[in-house]
Design a protein around this ligand. Structure first.
Ligand code: NI
Length: 160
């Protein structure tokens, strides 16, 4: 296991489009393990390939239910909406308000490259949208509806 350096906002790699994964390799398996280690060490709920310098369509997510590996993920259906705070391990200590679907269905390949389909709601749906955006070079700040705030900063001027 190894904790990798997380690329931060301003790094060009975060703006690039990631390439599909064609096959699982021992190297990619090891990168995925490192992605989990890195995400847990930073107390994040998701991490995408580009954030550790890998321009491949690989995402790890754990919102506290179960660890998920999403290879070549696609959102197939969305419904509803949720508006709330969102952060990113590539912009530590900050957050902003972003609106995402409340529910979605995605498909992806697992670590054995088998396709699966899963429904997600709430935080998991938000995490899936956020991480899939990373694969397109899109950052949550592109979609934010208010200022970028420091974590812990009182939001008294926010209109609820
Ligand atoms: Ni992020």
């Amino acid at each position: 296991m190894a904790i990798r350096i997380i690329r931060e906002f301003g790094d060009d790699i975060l703006r690039k489009t990631s390439k599909p994964v064609k096959e699982m390799t021992p190297r990619l398996k090891s990168i995925i393990q490192d992605m989990f280690d890195t995400m847990y060490a930073s107390e994040g709920v998701g991490l995408a390939g580009p954030q550790v310098g890998i321009l491949k369509r690989v995402v790890v997510i754990d919102v506290g239910e179960q660890p998920l590996v999403l290879i070549n993920p696609e959102i197939v259906l969305t419904s509803g909406s949720q508006t709330g705070d969102e952060g990113c391990l590539s912009l530590p200590g900050k957050h902003a308000v972003v609106t995402r679907p409340e529910n979605l269905t995605f498909r992806a390949q697992n670590i054995d490259m088998e396709w699966y389909k899963m429904e997600a709601e709430g935080l998991l749906a938000r995490a899936v949208c956020h991480e899939l955006d990373h694969l397109e070079g899109i950052l949550y700040t592109d979609k934010r509806e208010g200022p970028i705030r420091d974590n812990g900063e009182p939001d008294e001027d926010r209109e609820e």
